[in-house]
Design a protein around this ligand. Sequence first.
Ligand code: ADP
Ligand code: MG
Length: 231
Amino acid sequence: MIEITDLRKIYNMGNVEVKALDGVTIDIAKGEFLGIMGPSGSGKTTLLHMLGLLDEPSSGKIVIDGMDISKLTDYEKTMFRLYKLGYVFQDYALVPDLTVMENVSLPAMLRKDRTEDQYRRDSYDILQKIGLYDRRDHLPRELSGGQQQRVSLARAMVNNPDILFADEPCANLDTENSRVVLDLFREINESMHQTIVMVSHEDWHKEYFHRIVRLRDGKIVSDGITAPSAT
Ligand SMILES: Nc1ncnc2c1ncn2[C@@H]1O[C@H](COP(=O)(O)OP(=O)(O)O)[C@@H](O)[C@H]1O
Ligand SMILES: [Mg+2]
């Protein structure tokens, strides 16, 4: 599904070179729920940005669904993101002046192949799934952090992407709300077979992951299947 080969990203800060990614190779299977863990500054976000086509590597190769993404034009990348990928960020990144329903509909509206009826139905369905249908006319600031992150997950899911990327989605949530959000990710992974790549720095999150890649200084220090969780 995702093949990453010898990926490198070097930032030039004046005359200092920062190797944010220093030769990362990972194969991610379809339907896998992969956790990327590691200390702050280890390259987790950089890796997710490369995989999510939000930034370009300095060298190395990423193949998604048999497609070498470095060969895509900017327009093709935009379409690829819109149709195949979903993103959830640490800070929710909802549009403050739009309602829950409007926020969730946005990526569906950007697609040219959906009628208004279709994307409204898709948005309602996913809002029901995440349990916020009755909040659809609220503004983001009227919701708790956990609810906002669920809206952001609904927005990422509305186009039914093959792959879901999440960068520390629970960083601003307490344990209880984190569990609600992580349980939703798990449910989506199990019922809809989305491939999920999630960055996390919280050790207890590892019970949710099928496999964990640990980074340090832009290198993989371990890559392993996790034991089935007890929950
Ligand atoms: N845009 C950038 N310009 C310069 N350095 C960057 C940039 N983004 C990240 N870095 C550096 O790359 C390294 C990895 O950062 P990052 O991927 O954000 O780590 P993590 O998400 O694991 O905390 C850090 O040393 C960081 O300072
Ligand atoms: Mg980060």
